[in-house]
Design a protein around this ligand. Structure first.
Ligand code: TXA
Ligand code: MG
Length: 324
């Protein structure tokens, strides 16, 4: 679509699904909700459609895309599942987990989806609307998070519109995303499984199927998933970590019952200290504080356990020095 054209936001109903599937089958883009974040979808078997995703997001070409399927059998037509992949998919799909697997030689997916690698990232999302859209379209859908490249991922339809208005003809509105953080990316393309991006499916969750796994150290600077540049997920204001209180000109990103009062602008991710609630609210809270009059954002410490590992990964990236 031409930049500046209209973007429609449609509720979750049969007519919108049909309209969305028609756009996708004719090579267009549709933003849709998943349980993690909203995705910017295109027919993964259509080179021109997939190229349209990169153009709409201003995304570097080298960053490969996750392809979404209705079920494991559909994913197994495009990527090679070994016994580990079958076990993990059996346990966690549909759900917030992406598997990086060897690409099948007879895969019909556009080579742009793997951006020159011989692996393909695949996922079966749990959100009903995502599932219904995949089924109605009848094609696998390539979908990165539906934000301009390098910005915070969208967890509601309005976030997508803020970032991509005029660049996508249709946004399906499924309300707030239940998980609120992007999927765990698990690399099973090599002998030693590795978590490339922490998410709601944690290293501990995977241990009994795969043995002990170490989550990536996002401070190490090593970039294994090409899209995991250290300054990803950036708000426009500077973000300070491990704050105990906010300075006069800072907005406070608080967590837990012991949050200090007195900040002019504050959002508590979870007053009761619940990590799942904090994850679901993280990106909308960062947006809200970023839009405030404050000069910077002060983020309190989140416990480095369970879902807290994924939350801290996103916060460290949001606080990292900006690249270019
Ligand atoms: O929750 C999610 O995963 C959302 C929803 C829409 O599914 N999608 C998402 O996509 O976050 P994206 O493109 O924003 O992030 C995908 C991450 C990137 O860091 C990318 O580099 C990595 O997965 N990735 C994709 N394909 C890969 C591959 N073949 N090998 C290694 N990393 C890969
Ligand atoms: Mg993204």
């Amino acid at each position: 679509m031409q930049s500046g054209s209209e973007t429609k936001i449609r509720p979750a109903e049969a007519a919108s699904l049909r309209e969305a599937a028609e756009i996708l089958r004719s090579g267009g883009l549709v933003a849709f909700p998943t349980e993690t974040v909203y995705g910017l979808g295109a027919d993964a078997t259509d080179d021109a459609a997939v190229a349209g995703i990169f153009a709409a997001k201003d995304r570097p070409r080298f960053n490969p895309l996750i392809v979404h399927f209705t079920d494991t059998a559909a994913a197994a037509r495009e990527a090679v599942f070994d016994a580990r992949a079958e076990a993990v998919a059996g346990r966690f799909w549909p759900g917030p987990l992406t598997l990086v697997l060897p690409r099948r030689h007879d895969s019909r997916l556009s080579l742009l989806c793997s951006a020159g690698l011989d692996t393909q990232a695949v996922r079966v999302p749990a959100h009903t609307l995502a599932h219904d859209l995949l089924a109605e379209t009848g094609r696998p859908l390539a979908a990165p998070s539906a934000n301009a490249s390098g910005r915070i991922s969208p967890t509601r339809a309005a976030h997508v519109a803020e970032s991509l208005a005029g660049r996508v003809p249709l946004i399906l509105d499924g309300g707030d995303c239940a998980v609120g953080l992007e999927s765990t990316v698990l690399d099973l393309s090599t002998e030693k499984p590795a978590i490339l991006r922490p998410g709601a499916v944690t290293a501990e969750d995977l241990t009994d199927l795969l043995g002990p796994l170490t989550p990536p150290q996002s401070s190490s600077g090593a970039v294994k998933a090409p899209g995991m540049l250290s300054s990803h997920y950036a708000p426009t204001k500077p973000l300070r970590l491990h704050a105990e209180s906010a300075a006069a000109d800072e907005a406070l990103l608080a967590f837990g019952p012991a949050a200090p009062s007195g900040a002019a602008v504050a959002v508590n991710l979870s007053p009761s200290g619940d990590l799942a609630e904090a994850a679901a609210r993280l990106f909308s809270a960062l947006r809200e504080l970023d839009e405030s009059a404050a000069a910077g954002i002060a983020a309190m410490t989140i416990p480095e356990q369970g879902l807290g590992i994924a939350i801290n990964d996103r916060l460290r990236r949001a606080a990292a020095p900006r690249e270019g």
